[in-house]
Design a protein around this ligand. Structure first.
Ligand code: ADP
Ligand code: MG
Length: 707
């Protein structure tokens, strides 16, 4: 009936014993369409059926429990057909509990013998002040001891509707049992015997059997290890393979020459000594750029670590070798800031640099387009206006993308096409101040090389972070006055989750009013900045703040990324509980850029969720962006981590990146080793691996980054 269909791809309705109703339910409710889907429907926990609790111990409805005790009485309550139920009193010496049946009464009743010892298992439900158990699983002591499943019982995720129609955890388990009993050697192995021996991996079919029906904790551990390894290994293999393919297909321009620009910049323009980390990363980039292979490098460095100079020196290298360079920033403010600071830094070098944003006037735009085509324009800085089709370069050699998490993969791909030659695509340097947990970086950016600037420029004092409740506001105002008296400037930030949210603007405006009342003219200058303002008004307020005219800048998160005002040393974050960890960390990075002691004050109400509390505590405890990213991933799961949403984080069915870092590292190393030994996977032993990889690459188009 299934013809040539591979076992795992067989439609679930062909499973003997399942019936069309259940097959339909599995499909519509749990998205289980094939045998493979069913096998990948993993238990989310196991109940250890060797453990018993006592009636006196039962205090919640949350967990299924197992008890052993005697039936003391059996009673039929109510009239037949009108909510009749069977109630048995169960007692284990510590206390009594009613066992209740509404269905199958005729079938259960004969099994209940007063005075006999039973094992019962099920979910307690609270009734008045005590617990009872509805439809418990019930076995005599003797029968229970002979059961195979007496040790680890899988608990499956399901939906309310599926559970109501018989596909509760137990129902799923029964269907799984059907499948497993018909499996006998139909699940193909994807890894060679040698490979499995090397990494201590159980066979694939066995792993599926034992993850659903473990004989004991040891088998279960091995099964889970194999399945997690598989999941992570094939993702790595895919990423590394894509990288190999790209390297073959595309060449990068060779920037062999360290020429005049770099030399003159280094000798005449560089206003400070580079940090060790900056030097190291520049060296890594130079090696890439000289190699002839197209560079795709991610530079992670905390806010203030000095990524701009690294980008600039890479662009100078492009110019020295006769290529054009582009720098793309996520907002106009940032693009303008980059434009100004870079223009100032390279002033003596006489480089043609221009700015292109949404607000660039047509006349200026036309000049830019012409100069780009003629090659007269060497550096173009801008926003996503850069990726519009009309923007074409004569010879684009390098693209720097700042704060990558605002740009999607497609946008990156569009920039690939701007090189003059289809085989030669520009080098990519992607800079982010949002550190990504190591495990996530390996997965989401597994096809990129990464560099980390893990050192701040000298003389920076670590930012002191405090958590204060709203009731302490008067003291916070006093503190702000003191700091202003010392000549410092202050940011006060309000959450603006949704630009269209009227409430948020009200918060912002109310906050502004109260700050203005506390810090009146003429002694104090307070300004307000938010995303709804016109670009020129924003710019006007930014400049006033930069020049030190304004003491306090009340704003939304438009100042989040990259704004650099070294004299601003205090950041007050209002309703801090409404921000995510990485956003708080980004915001905090706006201060601590000068030589003075900087402060970040997190204001919240008293009522905080456990998670919000953890966020505040983490911010107070550490300034380390990587540590914060790890906590963030534990709190929210890998799918929600900033910096990855647009890149298509794969859906993990069994692995957890927050916990399985070691397995991931092992899987990645194994994939590297395998491809080194057999890049095309053409050895006979690797044939099954290759087949599986190909099917995975076909199934998940979001992984194909290169069009
Ligand atoms: P980010 O990594 O956040 O983009 P920037 O490149 O904006 O950081 O640098 C932050 C500040 O540190 C800037 O004012 C910059 O001039 C300064 N800076 C960068 N590198 C150094 C260095 N090696 N020594 C001293 N100051 C530096
Ligand atoms: Mg920056």
């Amino acid at each position: 009936m299934t013809g040539q269909t591979p076992f795992l791809d067989t439609s679930i309705e062909f499973l003997k014993g399942i019936g069309p109703e259940r097959a339909k339910l599995l499909r519509s409710e749990l998205h289980i369409r094939t045998y493979g889907d069913l096998l990948h429907h993993f238990p989310f926990r196991y109940v250890d059926r060797t453990q018993f609790v006592t009636v006196a111990d039962v205090r919640s409805e949350e967990m299924d429990v197992q008890l052993r005790g005697r039936i003391m009485s059996v009673q039929l309550v109510g009239a037949k057909g009108k909510g009749q139920r069977l109630v048995a009193q169960f007692n284990d010496g510590s206390g009594a509990m009613d066992l209740v049946w509404f269905k199958g009464i005729q079938w259960v009743m004969p099994k209940l013998t007063i005075g006999r010892e039973y094992v019962i298992y099920g979910k307690p439900s609270k009734f008045k002040s005590s617990y009872n158990m509805v439809h418990p699983e019930l076995d005599t002591i003797e029968a229970q001891q002979n059961k195979v499943s007496a040790t680890m019982v899988p608990v499956y995720p399901t939906s309310v509707k599926a559970a109501e129609k018989g596909m509760d955890s137990k129902g799923i388990s029964r269907v799984m049992q059907l499948l497993v009993s018909q499996m006998n050697n139909h699940v193909p192995e994807t890894l060679s015997t040698d490979f499995r021996t090397q990494y201590g991996l159980m066979g694939r079919e066995h792993a599926f059997i034992h993850v659903h029906f473990p004989k004991g904790p040891n088998e279960l551990r091995h099964a889970i290890f194999r399945l997690k390894f598989d999941e992570l290994f094939f993702i790595q293999l895919k990423l590394l393979k894509l990288k190999l393919i790209n390297q073959k297909k595309f060449q990068g321009a060779v920037f062999a020459e360290v020429g005049e620009m770099i030399h003159r910049f280094y000798n005449d323009c560089l206003p400070f000594e580079l940090t060790g980390a900056q030097k190291r990363v520049i060296k890594e980039i130079r090696r890439d750029l000289g190699s002839g292979i197209q560079m795709n490098r991610l530079v992670q460095g905390d806010v203030g670590s000095g990524k701009t100079i690294v980008a600039l020196m890479s662009m100078l290298l492009a110019i020295d070798n006769g290529f054009q360079a582009a720098l793309m920033a996520p907002t106009e403010i940032l693009a303008e800031q980059h434009f100004r600071s870079i223009r100032t830094l390279v002033e003596p070098l006489d480089i043609n640099i221009r700015l292109l944003t949404g607000s660039t006037k047509t006349a200026q735009r036309n000049i830019i387009h012409e100069e780009l085509m003629s090659g007269a324009l060497q550096v173009l800085i801008g926003t996503h206006a850069l990726i519009e089709d009309v923007v074409q370069f004569k010879q684009l050699g390098l693209v720097v993308v700042d704060e990558q998490h605002r740009f999607g993969v497609q946008q990156r791909a569009k920039l690939w096409l701007k090189g003059s030659d289809a085989q030669k695509v520009p080098h990519f340097l992607i800079m982010t101040a949002t550190p990504i947990p190591r495990t996530l970086a390996m997965t989401v950016y597994g096809d990129l090389d990464t560099s980390v600037i893990d050192e701040l420029p000298p003389g920076r004092k670590p930012i002191k972070t405090l958590h204060r409740f709203d009731s302490a506001r008067i003291k916070v105002f006093d503190f702000m006055r003191d700091e202003i008296a010392k000549g410092r400037q202050i940011y006060v930030v309000y959450p603006l989750i949704d630009e269209s949210e009227k409430m948020d603007y009200k918060d912002l405006n109310d906050g502004y009013e109260s700050i203005v009342r506390e810090f009146p003219l003429p002694q104090f200058q307070v300004s307000i900045l938010h995303g709804r303002m016109k670009a020129e008004d924003k710019e006007f307020e930014m400049q006033r703040f930069k020049k030190g005219i304004t003491h306090i800048m009340v704003s939304t998160t438009v100042i989040e990324v990259g704004v650099d005002v070294p004299n601003a040393s205090v950041m007050v974050i209002e309703s801090a509980e409404r921000f995510g960890l990485s956003q708080l960390h980004q915001l905090r990075g706006r201060v601590g850029r000068g030589a003075e002691q900087s402060f970040c004050i997190l204001m919240t109400g008293y009522a905080l969720s456990q998670e919000a509390r953890t966020r505040m505590e983490t911010m107070v405890r550490t300034n380390d962006g990587f540590e914060i990213a790890e906590v963030d991933m534990k709190l929210r799961g890998p799918g929600d981590i900033q910096g990855t949403q647009q890149s298509g984080t794969p859906v993990f069915r069994i692995s957890n990146l927050a916990k399985d870092g070691d397995i991931l590292q092992l899987a990645r190393n194994a994939a590297i080793a395998l491809l080194q030994d057999d890049p095309e996977l053409e050895k006979r032993d690797n044939y099954p691996t290759r087949i599986h990889l190909l099917s995975e690459m076909k199934d998940r188009p979001n992984w194909a980054r290169v069009s």
